[in-house]
Ligand binder design. Structure first.
Ligand code: FAD
Length: 290
């Protein structure tokens, strides 16, 4: 099969239990042959996974050839505490940080209050990391506008502040409307944002949960997706096929629009991610790897 040139990165979350840990490492091992640019590990709301994120990232650094990236947020910690986390990453050989404000510990939609003595927003964290060490820094971007932003333009100005503070790349919130991403990319370019903006691709594993989460984070769910997933709740195979088909259709539209990098929210599931990559011609099918 001819393979297309699209650079991948994969996002994982740190495991809570030994079973989840096993699944994570199976996923990392299965996805390593796809040669992602980097693999990132999230940081639980309010810093709740600080140690688990650190140990997962350090283990990827030590035991694989993958380039790990550590997510880091501003929530619930002083600048000194965050600087110390960053210093530990640097000492562990980790060179890439995904710098985020984070959501309030009470959850999305609750009022965000900066920690006294902490970094208030992601742009402040980026500036702090730049002062700390020569990290590669990625930040978040929102094609359909961050829900707390006063306007789409204000949100774009915030992205520019993060890039001007020293971020190298933006990774987007997931979305299902390729046109919304391509318009956002064009508006960002027109506003002088030259850094790469990498689309974040979320496979749909549980449609109801995706709809509910999307409502809270400002992602629109097109009618076509509702139609595609209706009646599949009790049919995991059909759901898997629909998830692959939907993600591949979105990725193909993005690639046709000039996108050459994709960040996949893997949900720690290797097979789904592999099948999506195979469906867009950037990996052999999962069965070929067995
Ligand atoms: P910011 O860039 O700080 O922006 C947050 C909001 O504040 C925006 O509405 C912005 O317009 C506004 N704003 C910015 N500066 C100011 C200012 N000076 N005054 C007033 N308003 C301002 N969350 C986690 O907890 N852990 C993770 O690991 C994680 N990983 C993520 C990875 C990606 C790729 C993405 C897209 C999101 C991730 N998130 C994660 C979620 C993220 O933390 C939330 O979406 C959060 O609400 C916004 O983070 P941010 O870095 O974009 O914040």
């Amino acid at each position: 099969m001819s393979q297309r040139r699209v650079a991948l990165s994969f996002e994982f979350f740190p495991p809570k239990t030994p079973d989840m840990e096993q699944r994570l490492w199976q996923a990392i091992t299965a996805l390593e042959p796809l040669k992602p640019r980097f693999v990132s590990v999230t940081y639980g709301a309010g810093g709740t996974t600080r140690d688990r994120t650190h140990s997962t990232v350090a283990r990827i650094r030590a035991n694989t050839k993958l380039e790990p990236a550590a997510h880091l947020t501003c929530v619930g910690a002083t600048r000194e505490e965050i600087d110390e986390v960053a210093r530990r990453y640097w000492l562990a050989g980790v060179r890439h940080v995904v710098a985020l404000r984070g959501d309030p510990p009470e959850g999305i939609g609750q009022r965000y209050t900066p920690h006294p003595g902490g970094y208030a927003y992601a742009a402040d964290l980026v500036a702090g990391l730049r002062r700390a060490a020569d990290f590669q820094i990625s930040v978040a971007a929102f094609p359909e506008t961050h829900p707390e932003a006063s306007s789409a333009d204000a949100d774009l100005d915030n992205l520019k502040r993060k890039i001007d503070a020293g971020a190298d790349t933006a990774i987007t919130q997931y979305f299902f409307d390729a046109a919304a991403f391509l318009r956002f990319r064009d508006r960002a370019r027109a506003r002088g944002i030259k850094a790469p903006i990498v689309p974040g691709l979320l496979p749909i594993t549980n449609f109801k949960q995706t709809v509910s989460f999307s409502r809270r984070c400002g992602t629109s769910v097109p009618d076509a997706l509702h139609k595609r997933f209706v009646g599949l709740d009790d049919d995991p195979q059909a759901r898997h096929a629909a998830a692959v088909e939907a993600a591949a259709a979105l990725a193909n539209e993005l690639i046709a629009g000039g996108v050459d990098m994709l960040h996949v929210y893997t949900l720690n599931r290797a097979e789904l991610t592999r099948d999506i990559c195979a469906a867009i011609g950037i990996a052999p099918p999962a069965s070929a790897a067995a």
